[in-house]
Ligand binder design. Structure first.
Ligand code: GMT
Length: 371
């Protein structure tokens, strides 16, 4: 098949899923065309069967806001026409679903269109009165809609008036690539002592991730055991995190790593992963950690209920229940045997339920059914 993928190229779950999907589809022999304002960061170097098409946006002084969606639709149209694209897949509804629809209309409906809801495009953006109707219209104009968890599927159906069923296709992980490594040099580099436990968190440091809870949980942990916190990512709440860490006097125990292209090496240093988010349609970051044998301490929200098996691959708590999350974390961190068992369970669950070999085939079958 010839597949066009429209996604965000920057750090963030939807862009990662779109890129990994494209890479895996290309390996299965499909011709994949990414269309975005930058090369998706996870794409890296050259891949057979993969093409990238850059969207240029006009910056004429009369515009207060550059007309990105028009330039995007125009580029999608050009790519589809030139390469005879058969399926166009919009990842994250705003604005990709709308751009894909515009291009499809320009092409006279010759291409099949899919929108994948990833999370905040529905749970935050579609609640915004300035975007709700257009999100609904664009999704309804597509040939098919998917969502990355059962919870998101139900939520989208509850707030949007959709004219077709939503297919649930989970986020996935390449379990052959995401394998725990033993890197003594990296442990030395971070000055991790024998017996010291390592807690990891990855996110875009937005309020929805509840960075405050992360620091408070770690503060509680560090009062009882020797531990370090590795924070991967960057975003608006990093400043607040710096302040909290300074005020608590735990600067030497918290390492801010910023944005990282590959997280496997860092996750491999970890004993436990924290994700106390307010909303999380799936929790790809937690799945990456699970594949690297890290149990997950998370809030019982959204798709995290489908990802984390409470008491088996980690622990779930009510949103904001920092005390219970700290208790659960210490419960695991104080018992190496339990920590190891939960870690193994986490990897097993990632392999069994969210393996790229299975989920990518689900997308492939889904495209075929449309054609
Ligand atoms: O808001 C974010 O965390 C980024 C967002 C994205 O689209 O880049 O992530 C969402 O999509 C991921 C991939 O499907 C999901 O695994 C994340 O759970 C989801 N984030 C939220 O729902 C908050």
């Amino acid at each position: 098949m010839k597949i066009g993928i429209c996604c965000y190229p920057s750090y963030g779950g939807s862009g990662v899923v779109a890129t990994e999907l494209g890479i895996h589809l290309a390996k299965l022999g499909h011709e994949v065309h990414f269309i975005s304002y930058d090369k998706p960061f996870r794409l890296g170097g050259y891949h057979n069967n993969i093409y990238f098409h850059d969207v240029d946006v006009s910056s004429y002084p009369v515009f207060k806001h550059p007309p990105y969606i028009m330039s995007l639709a125009n580029k999608i149209y050009e790519v589809c026409k030139y390469y005879d694209i058969e399926v166009l897949h919009a990842h994250y509804a705003v604005p990709h679903s709308t751009a894909v629809q515009l291009a499809s209309q320009m092409l006279g409906g010759k291409v099949k269109t899919v929108t994948t809801f990833h999370g905040t495009d529905v749970t935050i953006m579609a609640e915004d009165p300035t975007l709700k109707d257009i999100t609904e219209f664009s999704a309804n104009s597509c040939d098919a809609i998917t969502a990355v968890s059962e919870d998101l599927r139900e939520y989208a159906n509850s707030i949007l008036n959709l004219n077709k069923p939503i297919n649930r296709i989970y986020n996935f992980i390449d379990v052959k690539e995401y394998v725990r490594k033993d890197d003594k040099k990296l442990r030395e580099f971070f000055n991790i002592k024998d017996g010291e436990k390592v807690i990891v968190h990855t996110s875009n440091f937005r309020p929805v991730k509840r960075i405050k809870d992360i620091i408070n949980i770690f503060h509680g942990i560090s009062k009882e055991i020797d531990a370090k916190l590795l924070l991967i990512g960057d975003g608006p709440d990093q400043k607040m995190a710096h302040k909290m860490v300074t005020d608590y006097g735990i600067k030497d125990k918290v390492i801010f790593l910023g944005k990282q292209n590959s997280v496997i090496d860092i996750l491999s240093l970890g004993d436990l992963f924290l994700l106390p988010s307010e909303k999380e349609s799936f929790g790809l970051a937690a799945l990456e950690a699970m594949a690297c044998e890290l149990p997950v301490i998370a809030s019982r929200v959204g798709g995290l209920k489908e990802l984390v098996e409470d008491g088996v691959t980690g622990f779930l708590s009510d949103l904001g229940d920092v005390d219970k999350m700290t208790f659960d974390a210490l419960h695991l961190l104080k018992c190496d045997e339990k920590l190891k068992t939960f870690g193994k369970n986490a990897r097993e669950r990632a392999m069994k339920n969210f393996n790229s070999d299975v989920i990518v085939r689900q997308y492939e079958e889904f495209y075929r059914s449309l054609l």
